[in-house]
Design a protein around this ligand. Structure first.
Ligand code: ADP
Ligand code: MG
Length: 605
């Protein structure tokens, strides 16, 4: 219950709705309760005036009938107004919770994503938030007025004859106890089922997304059998779950039946004794019927409430995570396109500085030790080191995606630990090994960093990236859709679009992390032309997978065991006998051992 209150408190903006919905619930109950009284009145009149013919009795009866009609019409009206408000309110709540969740996710550091499964993050958006809002909706649309009605029935029947109220009252704790006991066990099974289905659908997604791999490895039968097994096991779980639930339901309902047997017996006996009028009897019978409604829907509500409570706990777990204060600014504020901040460093002056940087991922040992490096504006600098040696990690540190354990990273005079991440990221352009395009048009993808760029600017970037020609070859040119339902681009084409995207961003610092290593030689050459254009005039940090591409850089940094081993021009390092020299020597060898040695440095011959 606390977590539900917490949700309500967290969505204070909806207070207006809560108040109106509760008002509607009260009015719905009042009008619902008015009907039995009208019928009681009519019944008493019938008894009193029976045999009088068309006399005064008819008049009275008609008035009671009209009162009944009015009460019912008003009840219909309030039920529907309340229902409407409940629908809108719960959708607003869902919107609010979802947007806040996304906002939170976008502000969380990358390390959060290292720990969490994508599927979990997504299902929280879909399942968890849905369960919370569905419960609130159900509660406001029906359960609130049912509760008020039940409370009133208790009071009214207590006034008539207190043992009736006592009997009714006993039902609730017993019923509630049986229901929550059932529900607890039921949830465990439901959890098992969900886990199986989540795994099955996760795998399903992967298989459909990578159907080529499945087909070419001939694994259709195995994938199908895993899928079938997971789903089949849910049948067994469901059977157990349902058997238990229905067994408990028999107990619950039998108990209910016995209590109602006693209630009706009491009412009839008291009427027979003349202590209740026939009208009272009719009234009480109707009231008992009204009281039973929430009881039977109790199992539903308890179940929905338990899910909502579990869901809101999950939700708040994420929402309570600490965000990096620097990252909050990244999701707030106007959606205007800002000019990238000008670089303060003059060409040739220091623009990037790693000072005694030591870093390791959360819960793991250090990946980088004592990195000291100063990079001048306009310099082209290549990084060479073993695969898994920390090259990409070094780039992540430069982007402020992780903070060093000790030491500092400074970009253009700004220490990243306290700096402005927005400014920093506006100064860095990246091309990764994997182009990672979004669905949408080619133009939208190129303009990702500058959505308001003109078509002319987009084209100019594409021309420089050596992409214009193939883009214009498509029927829809720059407006061609790519991704799931659009064009299938080759690796080289995607990569050239990624290069154009970086060119249009026009950031002074450029990171190329194995930008061409996923490509074949021909595509690589096409992309390399674009990359050369992109690097012109920019401070460029290059992790290359071909020694030939780094022979023209200003300096090479070699990493060994997470430390900087050597720094020097290609010519210097070629003579020093270090890693680079060794790799150069291996480059033209055709022996398998040499090739493997190169490969362990992410380098191909
Ligand atoms: P490189 O780019 O030189 O091949 P990386 O910087 O990607 O190397 O990786 C350096 C080390 O850090 C590797 O041991 C790798 O397993 C580990 N690593 C990389 N990314 C993560 C991460 N997100 N979480 C934990 N460990 C990571
Ligand atoms: Mg890497």
């Amino acid at each position: 219950m606390k977590s539900i209150l917490r949700i309500l408190r967290a969505t204070k903006e909806l207070n207006r709705y809560y108040i109106f919905i509760m008002a509607c619930a009260v009015l719905t109950s009042v009008t619902a309760l008015a009907s039995p009284f009208a019928i009681k009145g009519a019944t008493d009149a019938v008894v009193q005036h029976s045999g009088e013919g068309w006399g005064r009795g008819l008049n009275v009866i008609i008035w009671f009938a009209v009162a009944y009609l009015v009460a019912q019409l008003l009840n219909t009206l309030f039920t529907n107004i309340g229902g409407y408000l409940g629908d809108v309110m719960s959708q607003r709540m869902r919107t609010m919770l979802s947007v806040r969740y996304f906002d939170k996710l976008l502000s969380l550091p990358l390390s959060y994503y290292d720990e969490e499964l994508t599927g979990t993050i997504v299902s929280r958006l879909n399942r968890t938030i849905m369960e919370i809002t569905r419960f609130i909706q159900m509660f406001s649309n029906t359960f609130a007025s049912l509760l008020i009605t039940t409370a009133s029935v208790l009071i009214i029947s207590g006034i008539y004859y207190w043992p009736l109220a006592v009997l009714l009252l006993i039902i609730f704790p017993v019923y509630f106890w049986l229901t929550s006991k059932t529900s607890e066990k039921w949830q465990v099974w439901e959890g098992e089922k969900n886990a199986d289905i989540d795994v099955a659908s996760g795998r399903f997604n992967e298989v459909i997304g990578q159907i080529r791999v499945v087909k070419s490895f001939g694994q259709e039968r195995r994938e199908l059998s895993i899928f079938r097994q997971l789903f089949h096991s849910t049948i067994g779980t469901t059977s157990q779950q349902s058997r238990y639930w229905h067994k408990m339901d028999v107990y619950r309902l039998a108990f209910l039946n016995i209590v109602f047997f006693l209630l009706y017996l009491l009412i009839f006996v008291r009427t027979l004794q003349g202590k209740f009028s026939i009208g009272d009897m009719v009234l009480l019978i109707q009231l008992m019927g009204m009281a039973v409604q929430p009881i039977t829907s109790l199992s539903w509500v308890v179940d929905a409430a338990q899910r909502a409570i579990a869901g809101s706990k999950d939700y708040f777990d994420v929402m309570e995570r600490e965000v990096d204060p620097r990252a909050v600014a990244l999701t707030q504020g106007e959606l205007t396109e800002k000019e990238p901040e000008p670089v303060k460093a003059e060409p040739g002056q220091e623009i990037i500085r790693f000072e005694n940087v030591t870093f390791g991922y959360e819960g793991e040992g250090d990946v980088l030790h004592d990195i000291d490096l100063s990079i001048r504006r306009g310099e082209k600098i290549a990084f060479v080191g073993e695969s898994g040696g920390g090259k990409s990690t070094l780039m992540s540190l430069l982007e402020g995606l992780y903070d060093p354990r000790s030491g500092s990273v400074t970009v253009d005079g700004m220490n990243l630990v306290e700096g402005n991440l927005q400014k920093l990221r506006s100064q860095i352009g990246m091309v990764f090994q994997d182009a990672s395009l979004f669905s949408g048009t080619i133009a939208e993808n190129i303009a990702y960093a500058r959505p308001n760029a003109t078509r002319e600017e987009v084209r100019e970037a594409a021309i420089k990236a050596n992409a214009d020609q193939f883009i214009r070859g498509f029927a829809d040119g720059y407006d061609s859709l790519i991704g799931e339902r659009g064009l299938k681009l080759s690796g080289g084409q995607k990569q050239r679009i990624a290069v154009a995207r970086a060119i249009l961003k026009d950031a002074p610092i450029l990171i190329l992390d194995e930008a061409t290593s996923a490509l074949d030689t021909k595509a690589e050459r096409a992309v390399q032309k674009g990359l050369d254009e992109l690097m012109a005039g920019r401070t460029s940090l290059i992790i290359a997978h071909r020694l030939s591409t780094i022979s023209a850089v200003d300096r090479i940094v070699t990493l060994r065991d997470g430390r900087i081993d050597e720094v020097g021009t290609p010519a210097e390092l070629a003579r020093s006998g270090g890693i680079y020299a060794e790799l150069l020597g291996l480059q033209n060898s055709s022996s398998k051992a040499d090739k493997n040695r190169l490969k362990s440095y992410d380098i191909v011959g």
